[in-house]
Design a protein around this ligand. Structure first.
Ligand SMILES: Cc1cc2nc3c(=O)[nH]c(=O)nc-3n(C[C@H](O)[C@H](O)[C@H](O)COP(=O)(O)O)c2cc1C
Length: 218
C-alpha cells in the first residue's frame, strides 16, 4: 500500500506529535459519542502481537464510562483494595532491599494514599476509557496497550481533546472483581485506562530532552 505522503503530511504529523500533552484538569463537558468513537477507532488500528494472540478474534476491548456513572464508585473500591494489597507486598519486598526502599518513597506514598482514597480524579472524569488487551505468549500485552494508548492520545490531540493516562488501572489485571465488573473472564486480559475531555488550561511549557544528547551514532 502506498499512501504517497507529502511534505505537508509530514509537517502535520510532527505538529500533532509535538502538541501531545498530558492533561489533568478537565471541563465538565462530555465529548460526543462520535468523538469518543473516533479516538477508539485508532486504538483498534494499533498493532497487536500476532504470535502471542494467534487464532484469537477477541483481542482488544474498550469500555467507555461517562461522568456520573455510578460504576466509577465500584471501580474505585476495587482500586483501593488492590492498592492496599500491592502496598503490603511492596513493603515486604522493600524490607530486604534498602536501595529500592530509597527509590520507592514517592510510589509508596502514592499507593498508600490510593489505598485510602481511591482515584478521586476518576469521579470527575468526563469520559474514562478502559482498554483490555488479551494476554498471550510471549507476554507482551502491556506493549500492545502502550501502542493503543499512543494512537488514541494522538487522535485525541488532533480532535482538540485532552488526554490523561491512568496507569494505576494496569494493577487491576489481577483483580477478579474488576474482570467480573467488565464481564471478562478472569486472567485472560491486561488493562490500562485513560481520561479524555476538554482541557481547562493550556499545559505548562515542558523541558525536552535534546536530540543531540539523546543520540549515539555507533
Ligand atoms: C508509562 C507511563 C505511565 C503514566 N502514567 C500516568 C498516570 O497514571 N497519570 C498521569 O497523570 N500521567 C501519567 N503519565 C504521563 C506522564 O506523567 C507524562 O507523559 C510526562 O510527565 C510528560 O508530560 P507530557 O505527557 O505532557 O509530555 C504516564 C506516562 C507514561 C509513559
Amino acid at each position: 500500500m502506498n499512501y504517497n505522503f507529502n511534505e505537508q503530511d509530514i509537517k502535520v504529523l510532527d505538529r500533532i506529535i509535538e502538541a501531545r500533552r498530558s492533561v489533568r484538569v478537565f471541563k465538565e463537558e462530555i465529548p460526543s459519542d462520535s468523538m469518543i468513537k473516533a479516538v477508539i477507532q485508532v486504538g483498534v488500528y494499533a498493532p497487536y502481537a500476532g504470535l502471542a494472540v494467534a487464532g484469537e478474534m477477541d483481542l482488544r476491548r474498550f469500555f467507555v464510562i461517562k461522568k456520573d456513572n455510578q460504576i466509577i464508585n465500584s471501580i474505585n473500591e476495587i482500586i483501593k483494595a488492590t492498592a492496599k494489597s500491592n502496598l503490603k507486598l511492596l513493603e515486604k519486598s522493600l524490607e530486604v532491599n534498602p536501595f529500592l526502599k530509597e527509590k520507592s518513597q514517592g510510589f509508596v506514598r502514592r499507593l498508600s494514599f490510593t489505598s485510602q482514597a481511591g482515584l478521586q480524579d476518576l469521579t470527575q472524569a468526563p469520559c474514562f476509557i478502559i482498554i483490555a488487551e488479551r494476554k498471550g505468549m510471549p507476554p507482551v500485552e502491556k506493549q500492545s496497550l502502550a501502542h493503543t494508548m499512543q494512537n488514541m492520545w494522538l487522535k485525541a490531540t488532533v480532535l482538540g481533546l485532552g488526554f490523561r493516562l491512568i496507569s494505576m488501572i494496569e494493577n487491576l489485571s489481577e483483580s477478579n472483581d474488576f474482570c467480573k465488573l467488565l464481564g471478562l473472564p478472569y486472567g485472560e486480559f491486561a488493562f490500562n485506562g485513560c481520561i479524555i475531555g476538554y482541557q481547562v488550561n493550556e499545559p505548562t511549557k515542558r523541558n525536552r530532552m535534546s536530540l543531540e544528547n539523546s543520540i549515539s551514532w555507533l
